[in-house]
Design a protein around this ligand. Structure first.
Ligand code: NAG
Ligand code: NAG
Length: 383
């Protein structure tokens, strides 16, 4: 089995196309292309192919898909290849582009157990980055102080520092640089003692160094498009049920964050505006007492704080002006429980996220109570 996998891999390594497999000897449409019994001159690219399921596969020869333990979902490349879905779960390795990493028994709930890891090797030496799409990522919440003590996603081996995260992260995407040939390991801790219906389905795309989809240096996350919504890890519409050590409502915000979120500047656009996501008063609750705040404060300019008031948890937006007045804000640090829309024209478009080691009410002033993080709508502004 190991030998077979290695052979399939070798075939993938040197080039991006593939020979047709000849296991369907009776397939008459192939007659005429065959030179002699076990070699074919027909080649096709190993591109992404869609399938009947919600997952996309990679177009491979049938035998190659079988060697990789993949699932064939249909034809591709004018029926010369097979759309092959490669899916892995705990304790495996992969060097196949577009591999899915799922919880055991996915999509059924997973009750937890020993740590679950996938080791991802580069599929070839021209790959620089691993794009990690949390298509589905539901783990137990952090404790009330923001520590991922029960469940956690830890990503190591790359050239990018990735914070430890947990909770609800469906839809989040991370970009992690490979450090040369060192594999990137994704480890999911899911403590069985915490009764929780967890599950995950992660898509792993290997990006070539010259791939237009690659994230710039320093960007753990990378958004494209002239408008969109960026949310902090584990942002959600309900409070964390866990209490903090001082027995007040806990936080959804993770401790020890320090990362960049970049937005690709689209052609014809020169600056970017950030505002709280519409209709959600909790959409910027980064420091302070969310429960103690009333509707005149939560999510309003009164709840907003910046500059020297932000020493523990904050977002950094370079050189902003107030959107409504175009007056310089005079600081790049924002925190509190409200956010006044700002515009920045510093390139690249980037927002940094910083949290300290305590997201609970025992934190140094201001105490953090029931913070959820942020959900900010961004809009690029035409030149
Ligand atoms: C499958 O491919 C299509 C077209 O390229 C894309 O829009 C879709 O997001 C992909 N789905 C997944 C799960 O990657
Ligand atoms: C992996 O597949 C994606 C499409 O899902 C493609 O854009 C990318 O170039 C592929 N990577 C390599 C190294 O071929």
């Amino acid at each position: 089995m190991l030998v077979a996998v290695a052979a399939g891999v070798a075939l993938l390594e040197g080039h991006h196309d593939d020979i047709e497999d000849l296991e369907d000897g009776q397939d008459s449409e192939r007659q005429g292309r065959i030179l002699f019994p076990f070699v074919s001159i027909v080649r096709f690219a190993n591109t992404e192919c869609s399938s009947a399921s919600t997952l996309n596969g990679t177009c491979l020869a049938r035998r190659e898909c079988n060697d990789l333990g993949g699932t064939i979902t249909g034809f591709c490349a004018n029926r010369r290849g097979r759309c092959c879905i490669v899916s892995r779960t705990c304790g495996s390795t992969s060097n196949v582009n577009n591999t899915y990493f799922t919880s055991p028994g996915y999509p059924a709930a997973y009750s937890g157990g020993s740590t679950c890891s996938l080791i991802v090797h580069r599929c070839n030496a021209q790959v620089c980055q691993l794009r990690i799409d949390f298509l589905d990522m539901v783990l137990a919440q952090p404790d009330g102080d923001g520590n991922c003590i029960s469940d956690a996603v830890t990503i190591t081996g790359g050239n990018t520092v990735v914070p430890v995260i947990c909770g609800d992260n469906t839809g989040q995407t991370l970009f992690v640089d490979f450090a040369g040939n060192t594999p990137i390991t994704i480890t999911i801790t899911a403590t069985a003692a915490t009764v929780f219906s967890r599950r995950w389905n992660i898509k792993l795309t290997q990006l070539g160094c010259d791939c237009p989809g690659i994230a710039p240096n320093g960007c753990l996350q990378y958004y494209t498009g002239t408008s969109g919504t960026i949310t902090s890890f584990n942002y959600g519409t309900a409070a964390n049920q866990a209490l903090s050590t001082s027995l007040v409502t806990g936080t959804r915000q993770m401790v020890n964050l320090n990362y960049g979120i970049c937005i690709r500047m689209e052609a014809g656009y020169c600056s970017i505006q950030y505002a709280q996501a519409a209709g959600d008063p909790y959409s910027f609750t980064v420091t302070g007492d969310v429960e103690g705040a009333d509707a005149t404060v939560l999510g309003t300019a009164l709840g907003a704080a910046n500059n020297g008031a932000c020493t523990t948890d904050f977002v950094v937006i370079p050189d902003p002006v107030v959107a409504a007045t175009q007056v310089p804000v005079g600081t790049d640090r924002f925190c509190g429980i409200g956010f006044v829309p700002v515009v920045s024209n510093v390139k690249p478009f980037v927002l940094y996220v910083v949290t300290n080691a305590n997201e609970g009410a025992t934190a140094t002033a201001p105490p953090d109570i029931a913070n959820r993080g942020f959900s900010l709508a961004y809009t690029q502004v035409a030149c």
